[in-house]
Every structure is written in C-alpha cells, then in structure tokens.
Design a protein around this ligand. Structure first.
Ligand code: C5P
Length: 218
C-alpha cells in the first residue's frame, strides 16, 4: 500500500500551515509543522545563550530538544511557547539555525517518526525533497511576495502581535532568500510536486484543490 503521506512545501506566508492543519483534520491524519520545530530550536538556542552561528552546539541541542506538540500547543520542556515562536524574530532565528547541515541532520529521525497510521500531512520547506522523498502526493504552495507579506501581517495582528507591513516585506524577502540559497535542503519544489499559486485563491479553494488530488492519489 502507498504510504499515506502528503507533503506541503513553500515559502513563508503562503498559507501552508493553515492548509496542512485543515487537510489533516479533514482526513483524520497527523500533522507535522516542521517550521515550528525549527522555531522552537531557534528559541531554545537563544535561551541557552548559544550563538546561532555555532552549528555544532545547535546541532547538539537539536539532538535532544525537549519539544512536544500537544492539543494545538507547542511546548519547550515545561514552557508553553506557542505564541513565543510565532514572532518574525523567532522566524529569523529559525531560518538561521535551519541553514546548518548538522542541525538539519539531527532533526531528520524525529520528523520521519511522525509518519504513523492513519497518515501524515507534513508542511515545511524540504518535506517533499529531503524528509519524505517517497511521499505519493507533494504540493508546492506559492504566492506573490505582496500577498504573502500581507497575509503574515494579518496573521500577526490577528494574534494581537506588533507588526509593520514594510518591515515584514523586507524580513520575509530576506528569510526566503536565505532559505532558497542555502546549500543544504534549499527551498525548492520537488520534481514530482504539484504547484499551486494561492495568490488569488481563498484557503477553502486551495483546500478543495488539494482534496481533489488526495482523492486521485490515495
Ligand atoms: O514555516 P515557518 O515560517 O514556520 O518556518 C520558519 C523557518 O524554519 C523557515 O524560514 C526555514 O528557514 C526553516 N524551515 C526549514 N525547513 C523546514 C521548515 C522550516 O528550514 N522544513
């Protein structure tokens, strides 16, 4: 039987996270938000006073990261970090630690172990290319830079966080450039991924489109 696995990759602000959550809920499958994992690692490294450039130290931390996803909340040991990891600053820290190959290697097994029955929807940057290359259905979700910054802005504001649109446009562009240009696991679509541009689509339209593919593949 085919592994029941759907990967959703793409740059930030395309709605990947929301899509992955809603798809997993519709299918009754598990969900892996790999970006949250890198965000927790960035936060943990900063709290321990590690330099984000210290690949060996951060990889060591990644190998025994006390992270837990429970009932929609994210925990770092005893701390609920659900909100703390969502700031754009935490996104930048995530992107810095994520650029180190030993750090990525240290998180591979943990991510692969999330693939359990009845199935998994995994979202991130390298789900279809590196972590789950055997996934029968791979989605690459994109959107224009303006739309992505605007969505991120509304998402942050909606959570009652500080946000400034011109700053976000710059920060997102910087983070994407780093994610796309890193030598290991750069952000790119897998050759067998289905490309969806969500710039002019609602989240419901994207979900319907992906559900069509799910029915076709599984
Ligand atoms: O998706 P999200 O914005 O939460 O990801 C935060 C950062 O974590 C990304 O900018 C990227 O650098 C890194 N990341 C990654 N690989 C993944 C998921 C996230 O490198 N699979």
């Amino acid at each position: 039987a085919r592994a029941r696995l759907v990967t959703i990759d793409g740059p930030s602000g395309t709605g990947k996270g929301t899509l992955a959550e809603q798809l997993a809920e519709r299918l009754g499958w598990h969900c892996l938000d790999s970006g949250a994992l890198y965000r927790v690692l960035g936060l943990a490294a900063q709290r321990q006073g590690l330099a984000l450039t210290d690949a060996a130290a951060v990889a060591h931390l990644a190998g025994a990261l006390p992270v837990h996803f429970r009932a929609g909340r994210v925990w770092l040991a005893e701390d609920d970090v659900t909100e703390a990891i969502r700031t754009e600053q935490a996104g930048q820290a995530a992107s810095r630690v994520a650029a180190h190959p030993p750090v990525r290697a240290a998180l591979l097994d943990w991510q692969r172990a999330r693939a359990r029955p009845p199935g998994l929807v995994a979202d991130g940057r390298d789900m279809g290319t590196v972590v789950f290359p055997q996934a029968p259905l791979k989605i690459f979700l994109d959107a224009s830079a303006e739309v992505r910054a605007d969505r991120r802005y509304k998402q942050l504001k909606g959570k009652g966080m500080d946000a400034n649109l011109p700053d976000l446009v710059m920060e997102i562009a910087e983070r994407d450039a780093r994610d796309r240009s890193r030598p290991v696991a750069p952000l790119r679509a897998a050759e067998d991924a289905i490309l969806i541009d969500s710039s002019a689509m609602s989240i419901e339209e994207v979900l319907d489109r992906v559900l069509e593919e799910v029915r076709r593949v599984f």
